[in-house]
Design a binder for this molecule. Structure first.
Ligand code: ACO
Length: 429
């Protein structure tokens, strides 16, 4: 709370309404409009572009400056000095772990990596070519039915066990979705591997052949998970909070988050970027696609560009671009034709007045798809990888909400349908 207040003066109202102005540790002040309902007034904000939906201590973004902090730490420093699991610990607990806490956390996560065998039968029910995100929505939701021993959302210990289970099992489930998709046997997790190595092992190993996981690729995978770990109140996180606000069990809330992430305006953009690069096909076609992106009558958008909050470079994109260069150099793929198209596209968009004036910078999805392709991950799995990394963010926000006083999320509307009317009998219609 600050000493400042906003005063609302509405035509036709006798009195002005004082609204408190709240300040956070960083970022803009917000006008607390929650008392308006008592005056039978509602605000109108489609897409929540001007609305802070909650108070949170987890992640801060300054979109104008291109800053992303997790619990106060810049994403660039976390990417350089911490692993994905250390970042998970930070998001869940508020502080980075020391060496002993890190070892204990890794051991806890490792001990939860297996999934119940019934999940295999559940997966078998999906069509062989089902999109892995469709399967993920289903299997993560289905996990609600496996853990009756620890599903009391009002018990902090139960909530933490659930967080650990979700973080630990997501790579196993993600790899199982892929194996189902390609028709290969499921690979069990190997507990002597780290989080990212284990994921690559479950993805690319088979019972006949378990190739040694390249440390370069495992590091890139860990970085991918880390850069996707959390991003404040985005569409999927807000979905998880909204679902959770009804008291729903956490697995179904995360399944709702996965569904929200799937769309091409959100997490599905990484798949859409690669599809777009393939569609462009050759550097000589780039101008045509740029023209289409600028055409108001064409629904085509340059995928991987623009962001609701960042009106500057997405800081994750900077880290991702560097990692992308390293991975491609390590794999000898610097001359990859898709990468050449991507680099040229980026140059043009950063200079073109349309993109510059609208502050449409490359976002994290622009580069993540290129790294994933280099690692050998098929396009259909890109958003699943995003979901795997983001699970900690979802569960941290869910836990934060449940740990504090909260209300069921229930927006109102501006009704523009018919006024009340009578139903006519069939022969009068
Ligand atoms: N290509 C061409 N034009 C664009 C693009 C784009 N990628 N993104 C926005 N614009 C234009 C819009 O047409 C609009 O123009 P107008 O002012 O003339 O009407 C203006 O820029 C503002 O765009 P909005 O859609 O109003 O911005 P919003 O904040 O609602 O959308 C979004 C942000 C959805 C990310 C959008 O930029 C987009 O669709 N980008 C492509 C998809 C993408 O990369 N999504 C990933 C987001 S990051 C993430 O989820 C990890």
């Amino acid at each position: 709370m600050t000493d400042k207040k906003a005063v609302l003066n509405i035509d036709g109202f006798d009195t002005e309404i004082d609204l408190p102005v709240l300040s956070g540790t960083l970022g803009q002040d917000v006008i607390d409009v929650s008392s308006l309902t008592a005056n039978n007034i509602f605000t109108f904000d489609p897409g929540f572009t001007s609305t802070a939906s909650c108070e949170s201590k987890i992640t801060f973004i300054d979109g104008a400056k291109g800053v992303l902090l997790h619990r106060g730490y810049p994403i660039e420093e976390l990417a350089e000095k911490a692993s994905y699991l250390e970042t998970c610990y930070l998001l869940l607990n508020g502080e980075l772990p020391d060496a002993a806490q890190k070892a204990e956390f890794e051991s806890i996560i490792t001990s939860h990596t297996m999934v119940n065998r019934s999940i295999e039968q559940f997966l078998a029910g999906f069509r062989h070519d089902a999109h892995p995100m469709a399967i993920m929505c289903g299997v993560v939701g289905a996990m609600s039915s496996f853990y009756h021993d620890s599903i009391d959302i009002n018990d902090p210990t139960h909530r933490m066990i659930t967080a650990h289970r979700l973080i630990a099992k997501m790579p196993t489930l993600a790899a199982m979705c892929y194996k189902h998709y390609v028709g290969q046997p499921y690979m069990y997790p190997k507990n002597d591997m780290n989080y990212a190595e284990n994921f690559l092992h479950m993805m690319f190993g088979t019972p006949c052949d378990m190739p040694k996981v390249s440390p370069v690729l495992a590091n890139a995978m860990d970085l991918l998970f880390l850069l996707h770990a959390d991003h404040e109140q985005n569409a999927s996180t807000s979905t998880v909070r909204l679902a959770g606000s009804s008291g729903a069990n956490p697995f179904s809330c995360i399944a709702a988050g996965i569904a929200a992430l799937w769309g091409p305006s959100h997490g599905g953009a990484n798949q859409a970027v690669l599809e777009m690069l393939n569609e462009i096909g050759d550097e000589k076609h780039i101008d045509k696609f740029i023209k289409r992106a600028k055409d108001k009558d064409d629904s085509f958008r340059l995928m991987g560009f623009g962001h609701r909050v960042y009106k500057n470079f997405d800081p994750r994109a900077r880290v991702m671009k560097k990692a992308c260069d390293d991975v491609l150099a390590e794999l000898g793929l610097e001359d990859d034709p898709l990468l050449r198209i991507a680099t040229r596209l980026e140059q043009i968009a950063l200079e073109d007045d349309y993109f510059v004036s609208k502050k449409l910078y490359p976002n994290v999805d622009f580069y993540s798809g290129i790294i994933m392709k280099a690692i050998g991950i098929p396009t259909e799995m890109f958003t699943v990888i995003f979901a795997t990394g983001r699970t900690v963010g979802w569960v941290a926000h869910w836990n934060e909400m449940i740990s504090n006083p909260y209300k069921i999320g229930r927006p109102r509307q501006l009704y523009t349908g018919p006024s009340q009317r009578s139903v006519q009998a069939m022969d009068e219609r």
